[in-house]
Ligand binder design. Structure first.
Ligand code: GAL
Length: 416
């Protein structure tokens, strides 16, 4: 009996040894620590563990990822890069130019990424024609989230224009609730700012100002109106907004302490994680004036060069898993975003996601699909950071004029 047990466990150990020989470790840097985000990240971890690999979580809290990027830089500089890091947009190119990213073409070719991704997305994931990052989703940034019960109590109507937005905000204020849930952090200020810019100025204005960084558009009568409208929103936020995390702002809408929030659809992940039902407990509408446009934010993981062959294999499995239909579905159901992989069935997704998917395609055709500057999709990181500082300064300093802000924006945009 004892003999049998020993030989059985030896056999088991042999089997285990066989799996372990291929098993590697993936260390993954991300900033998904809020309720919905953490659930989505847990799906990625589970996917990798099912493949026999071990997951080393490298989570750096801080919405928008500024803190995570600072930590990443010091890790890479000290020659200790993680296997994968949540890096998006032009920053992918900046990291690739440093010569630290791994070529994922073997995975991308085998899994047919070129056929499965919208071209605008695929191009951003390649450096000199080779894939160096894998995409997980498409977030829409230009959303307004609202609590319908609070709106009803206040006799307010969901706004479709900025004029209607301020009418609703007044009604909510009179009803004794905080009209706009906001967190005063520079990426959140800019998330609001870019939605105002898109709604007030339209997609062509947005592209000239926020993508091409055209000085004459950054300093123009339209930009003046954008800045003034943006500043007017502040009057409907509460005095505790400075420094507040975005998910705590979402919680205010969930609890009915506030009426609405301007935020990307990771906010939906919070409503869902709190057991709320879209269309009933909360509403999603395009940010005022932006129904026909779409500000996109594609989360992706850049893959760093690794030395250990088992870890390289784990990294390739991670890249392949990220693009698999099973993962794209379960991850995005939790995250609030839509799959980036084309041709996916959306039966399990709610109406906010279905609207997002339809608007992504329609805006792409109409030329009103635009990259989010607040979320690192539009311009080099130095210009983005400098512009965020100006916009937050304007938001916080009641003495700063729109004219002064425009001059500073023009100067900030020159940072390369
Ligand atoms: C964005 C990111 C989203 C979400 C959000 C708040 O930049 O793309 O996935 O996590 O920050 O943290």
């Amino acid at each position: 009996m004892a003999m049998k047990r020993i030989s059985l466990s030896l056999a088991a150990a042999g089997l285990l040894g066989a799996t372990l020989a291929h098993a590697g470790e993936v260390e993954v840097l991300h900033w998904w620590t809020s309720g919905g985000e953490a659930k989505a990240a847990a799906e990625l971890k589970a996917t990798m563990q099912k493949k026999g690999h071990s997951w080393k979580d490298f989570a750096v809290a801080g919405g928008g990822g500024d803190a995570a990027m600072t930590v990443l830089k010091s890790r890479v500089v000290s020659g200790n890069a993680p296997a994968a890091a949540q890096i998006k947009g032009p920053s992918i190119q900046e990291w690739a130019r440093e010569g630290v990213l791994a070529n994922m073409d073997s995975v991308a070719k085998a899994e047919k990424w070129d056929e499965l991704l919208p071209k605008v997305v695929a191009d951003g994931l390649k450096y000199k024609g080779n894939y160096v990052a894998a995409p997980v989703n498409v977030h829409r940034v230009n959303w307004l989230w609202a609590n319908p019960a609070v709106f009803q109590k206040a006799g307010a109507k969901l706004p479709t224009t900025w004029d209607e937005f301020f009418v609703a905000a007044e009604a909510l204020k009179k009803a004794g609730v905080i009209p706009v849930a906001h967190g005063g952090q520079n990426w959140q200020d800019f998330t609001t700012f870019e939605s105002v810019a898109l709604g007030v100025g339209g997609a062509d204005f947005y592209k000239k100002a926020m993508v091409q960084l055209d000085p004459a558009t950054l300093k123009s009568p339209t930009m003046q109106t954008v800045l003034e409208t943006f500043k007017k929103v502040k009057g409907y936020t509460d005095k505790n907004a400075p420094g507040r995390d975005w998910n705590l702002a979402t919680a205010m809408v969930i609890k009915g302490e506030a009426g609405m929030q301007l935020m990307g659809d990771w906010a939906k992940g919070e409503f869902i994680a709190a057991g709320k039902v879209p269309g009933k407990d909360f509403a999603c509408v395009a940010a005022p004036g932006t129904a026909k446009s779409f500000t996109y934010n594609v989360d992706s993981f850049a893959l760093f060069q690794l030395k250990d062959p088992a870890n390289q294999k784990a990294q390739q499995d991670l890249a392949a898993a990220i693009m698999s239909p099973e993962f794209q579905e379960v991850f995005n159901l939790n995250k609030g975003s839509i799959p980036v992989r084309l041709g996916m069935k959306l039966d399990k997704f709610d109406d906010c996601a279905k609207t997002s998917a339809a608007d992504f395609v329609a805006s792409n055709k109409a030329g009103s699909l635009v990259p989010s500057i607040a979320h690192g999709m539009a311009v080099p990181s130095a210009a983005e950071g400098a512009m965020k500082d100006v916009v937050s300064q304007f938001w916080n300093d009641d003495k700063m004029t729109a004219a002064a802000a425009m001059d500073k924006l023009v100067a900030a945009a020159k940072n390369k």
